[in-house]
Design a protein around this ligand. Structure first.
Ligand code: AHR
Length: 524
């Protein structure tokens, strides 16, 4: 009886509680004014030999009781196919500059340690062929980072010949004998990783000299990549905004301006994690509005960082031939309690979903220069799409944002104007809403709107010119709390739900939940 009374009282209180007033936002979109292409490679992923990112996350081995195809888990492949991963960066990260590709081919694998990440055994059972099989299974492309730190141009050159040669060289025959007669495609090539730090602690000048050698000697021989689909070479770029990073960008780009036929680059990498301060101390779950506001405020620094380095690139490359490739980004929190700190395990909440949308929108607004980005990392590490525990798998809020954004891959940016207003919490003030629009490859107009405010719904009035907009429909993602997560036991706490607009007086009105991400298409 008592519990019935308590229940009725709570229901009465909920009915009586005033719903927070919706904040009105006017979005104007002129669909006749398309901008830059939003490259599908902005949605790239990163899979490093780190913790359970590869082993268990992707690779379980052919003898595993976990359903797999040639050792690669089927549940993970099925989930990744849905989000149309354009490229996977591998094998690192810091791991790449200690990686020797011969350890990971053939029947006899070389067992080593992984000194970067927990000092654990690296069995090398997942090597070149397994990686290529994996990206083939998920329908993606290879972004291979070669070892500039502890390797040599010759070692990297041999690796590329092994992977891509079509003519009967010794390395081509070895690849065929190992099960793959056809040359592999290598879409992107990373010339080192963080060479200013774990990649060898180099000065910019020293790196530049080494990078030129690698750029020249590390060739792609795949006949299908000679004329079109040429492999893009990505040089190591900055990791922050301080002078040491702007100097680095200056050094590489100044040299690029004067580069000769014998070396070239197509991209400059940039790494930027949302971390507030090192070592990462923010909790990935079990936090409140303070940490929500501070992390999202910090993540917006991505915009200034891109502007800063783009301005330097513009000086030496006004035609924007060299892409800025943000090939490591995402949230980096304190390790989950009880986990190996070297494995970078963290939970993934609604806050991460919103952080993802904000960053992708920043990349899209700079799409003329930012033509690649790789969230760190794909599975079980940092801001992951997927978490696994032996045979169990769960999709994170970040995964669902990637799913909702699929129509933006290779779309054309369309400018949106709106008054964002502000969301204030304590010392932090952020734009209350964010929005982005683009025309997908099939000509359809797509609009994304993020309501950062965790308390107030937003009433969005869409004014679309340039097309005859009749209705909008799509999906929205929110959850009860800013730190709501999906777990193996409750996998559907943060999942997208359908949403549509109501037409009112010739306008399209969308009601957005607080702390939500919404993607809709405009029907004509
Ligand atoms: O993603 C984890 C690590 O962060 C990468 O290995 C390194 O490049 C960066 O410092």
């Amino acid at each position: 009886m008592r519990s019935l009374l308590v229940g009725l009282t709570l229901i009465a209180m909920a009915i009586a509680a005033p719903r927070m007033a919706a904040q009105k936002v006017e979005l104007s979109i002129d669909a006749s004014k398309p901008g830059a292409k939003i490259d599908r490679h902005l949605f790239g992923q990163f899979a490093e030999h780190l913790g359970h990112g590869i082993y268990e996350g992707i690779w379980v081995g052919a003898d595993s009781t976990i359903p797999n195809t040639r050792g690669i888990r089927n549940d993970v492949v099925a989930a990744l196919k849905v989000i149309h991963v354009p490229n996977v960066r591998w094998p690192g990260g810091c791991f790449a500059d200690g990686y020797h590709w011969r350890d990971g081919i053939g029947a006899q694998r070389v067992v080593r340690l992984n000194p970067d990440w927990g000092g654990v055994i690296e069995p090398n059972t997942f090597g070149t062929h397994e990686f290529m099989d994996f990206i083939d299974q998920i329908g993606s492309e290879a972004y291979v980072s070669v070892n500039v730190g502890s390797g040599s141009p010759q070692e990297a050159s041999d690796w590329l010949e092994y992977m891509t040669a079509a003519q009967a060289t010794t390395l081509e025959k070895e690849r065929a004998a190992n099960g793959h007669p056809a040359p592999y495609k290598v879409a992107l090539l990373g010339l080192g990783n963080e060479s200013w730090d774990c990649g060898g602690n180099m000065t910019a000048d020293y790196y530049l000299d080494r990078m030129k050698s690698f750029s020249h000697f590390v060739r792609n021989y795949n006949p299908a990549q000679m004329e079109k689909d040429q492999m893009l070479k990505i040089a190591v770029g900055p990791g922050g905004s301080e002078q040491r990073w702007t100097d680095w960008t200056e050094t590489v780009m100044k040299a690029y301006q004067q580069h000769t036929w014998s070396w070239d680059i197509n991209g400059l990498s940039m790494h930027n994690y949302t971390v507030v301060k090192w070592p990462p101390a923010f909790k990935s779950v079990g936090f409140g509005e303070d940490e929500y506001a501070q992390i999202l405020k910090t993540t917006l620094d991505m915009d200034d960082l891109i502007k800063k380095h783009s301005a330097i690139m513009d000086k030496y490359d006004p035609q924007k031939k060299v892409a800025l490739v943000v090939d490591e980004w995402g949230s980096w929190y304190a390790p989950s309690p009880g986990s190996n700190p070297g494995f970078l395990v963290q939970q993934n909440s609604l806050r991460d979903a919103i952080l993802t949308a904000l960053n992708i929108n920043i990349f899209a607004r700079h799409a003329d220069r930012v033509r690649g980005a790789n969230i760190a990392q794909m599975i079980n590490v940092l801001q992951a799409m997927i978490l696994t525990d032996h045979e169990k798998m769960v999709l994170t809020p970040t995964y669902y944002i990637h799913k909702m954004y699929v129509p933006f891959q290779d779309s054309t940016f369309v400018p949106v104007t709106f008054d964002a207003g502000s969301y204030k919490h304590g010392d932090f003030t952020l734009p209350r809403v964010d929005a982005m629009a683009a025309k997908s490859k099939d000509g359809k107009l797509w609009v994304e709107i993020t309501n950062v405010d965790p308390h107030h719904p937003a009433e969005v009035e869409l004014n679309v010119t340039g097309i005859n907009a009749k209705s909008v429909a799509g999906e929205t993602l929110t959850a009860p709390k800013v730190d709501s997560v999906n777990t193996f036991d409750a996998p559907n706490t943060v999942v997208p739900k359908p949403i549509s607009a109501r037409a009112q007086g010739g306008k399209l009105i969308l009601q957005l939940e607080p702390k939500s991400v919404t993607v809709v298409s405009v029907e004509q």
